[in-house]
Design a protein around this ligand. Structure first.
Ligand code: UD1
Ligand code: CA
Length: 453
């Protein structure tokens, strides 16, 4: 079996510098959704007809299993399939998909391929408003005769409510002959793929149909409005999938997954969370409201509190993060670690049961176990030219408002007094403090305002 994806159309109504088929839906280009559905059917050849957006589209989605056929200029859907012909295996069936119809389900396509097993099949739908679509014209016995495009249809034909979704299966061996016989003598001056139906019927071939259960499956994207509508459909399906796996969602209408989210049992996700890239959340972890989590692993039983932002990070089990925490790329938190409000961690490992509960910056650091990092502590990891490492060994206690001027090491069990600016290593099991001596001046008079003359 061959699959041809038509993706040469322009998409003017998107009003965008990005080619239409690269517009993201659930974090993935429209065309990538179609390619993934196509791949799931394991075709012998998979060919994409591209034109508008040209090399941008091709380079964005290049993969060894994809053949690319340039269609320039774009003279219609029939002309588009003709450009793909040289890339197709000659025997068997050819399935035609649209690059801007992203949510077609594998089961629907399997049904269509099954219907086409002795020739040709069209995926059709009964709609209440068929405006704009090609209509399926049948004879008195219900046999398909042809497809007539809206602009070429008589008023009786326009009354037909069975429409062509555009997705069809064709016998590959006949394509060359049929496509060569197409004419563009029609209202749009295009070579219509849909005219192959009448040619097949004339050749005595049976043209079957399969119908689509949900309209969103064959909904195309021509505008930002349609893109936004399909985004809601895609998100609704993802939320449903999560619920079916045993995830608890505070509101299935208020979660956005722009990539792949894997969850263990009894995970709870509160409202307005955004997941991007690859995220995994282990059993019984809880994600508070308004979190943004991108390319991260969250351990079992961990609680991520409201408004936390996590990117390229690993959080161990039974940890507590946030509210208002920021874990930047390269963060690895061990089991039972607490990272509290307004704490930023970057490229740092923090081992089990350590705590940084308030207002801290930990960058380029290796922190041991059971360390307590006081409020206002920062690693001065950057000297304006290079980044340096801070090492904090197990069981260290760091007093509030401490600056650790890297590279620097705080030895095991050390205590740093509040306000210390640490510029040399702190020895283990000792108190290190750097602070101006406190003095008091008795009877100190505050300055008085000078009276104006
Ligand atoms: C097409 C069908 C119509 C069907 C409708 C469903 C034809 C003649 N008509 O109409 O029966 O009801 O889709 O949406 O096929 N494309 C190319 N090259 C071209 C023209 C189009 O690659 O030269 C691609 C587009 O990028 C798009 C798809 O083919 O992905 C359909 O093109 P579009 O212009 O939307 O077709 P319609 O006129 O809407
Ligand atoms: Ca269309």
């Amino acid at each position: 079996m061959n699959i041809v994806i038509l993706a040469a159309g322009q998409g003017k109504r998107m009003h965008s510098a990005l080619p239409k088929v690269l517009q993201p839906l659930a974090g993935k280009p429209l065309l990538a959704h179609v390619i993934d559905s196509a791949r799931s059917l394991q075709p012998q050849r998979l060919c994409i007809v591209y034109g508008h957006g040209g090399d941008t589209v091709r380079s964005a989605l290049a993969a060894p299993d994809l053949a690319w056929a340039l269609q320039e200029p774009q003279l219609g859907t029939g002309h588009a399939v003709q450009q793909a012909l040289p890339h197709l295996a000659e025997a068997g069936l050819t399935l035609v998909l649209y690059g801007d119809v992203p949510l077609i389900r594998q089961a629907t396509l399997r049904g269509l391929l099954h219907a086409a097993r002795d020739g040709m099949a069209l995926l059709t739908a009964e709609v209440s408003d068929p405006t704009g679509y090609g209509r399926i014209v049948r004879d008195a016995d219900g046999r398909v005769l042809r497809i007539v495009e809206q602009k070429d249809a008589s008023s009786e034909e326009r009354a037909i409510r069975e429409i062509n979704t555009g997705i069809m299966v064709l016998p590959t061996a006949r394509l060359g002959d049929w496509l060569a016989r197409l004419s563009n003598d029609n209202a749009q001056g295009e070579y219509y793929l849909t005219d192959l139906v009448a040619l097949a019927v004339a050749d005595g071939l049976a043209v079957h149909t399969a119908s689509v259960a949900d309209a969103w499956e064959t909904a195309g994207v021509n505008s930002k409005l349609q893109l936004a509508e399909l985004e809601r459909v895609a998100q609704g399906r993802i939320a449903q999938g999560l619920l079916e796996q045993g995830v608890r969602l505070a509101d299935p209408a208020r979660i956005d997954v722009r990539g792949e989210l894997q969850c263990g049992r009894d995970v709870f996700i509160d409202v307005n969370c955004v997941f991007e890239g690859r995220v995994s959340i282990a059993e019984a972890a809880e994600i508070g409201p308004n979190c943004v989590i991108r390319n991260a692993r969250i351990g079992a039983g961990t609680r991520i509190a409201a408004f936390s932002h996590i990117e390229d990070a690993v959080v161990g089990p039974d940890a507590v993060v946030g509210p208002y925490a920021r874990l930047r790329p390269g963060t690895e938190l061990g089991a039972g670690v607490h990272v509290g409000n307004f704490v930023e961690v970057k490229n740092s490992k923090i081992a089990a049961d350590s705590k940084a509960n308030h207002l801290a910056y930990i960058g380029d650091a290796v922190v041991g176990s059971r360390v307590n990092i006081g409020a206002g502590t920062i690693t001065c990891n950057y000297d304006g030219a290079n980044k340096h490492l801070t090492t904090i060994e197990d069981d260290v206690f760091i007093g509030s408002d401490t600056q650790l001027v890297a590279p620097v090491t705080v030895g095991r069990g050390a205590t740093l007094g509040a306000g210390t600016t640490l510029t040399r290593d702190a020895p283990p099991e000792s108190l290190t403090v750097s602070r101006a001596k406190q003095t008091s001046i008795g009877g100190w008079k505050r300055p008085q305002k000078v009276a104006k003359k």
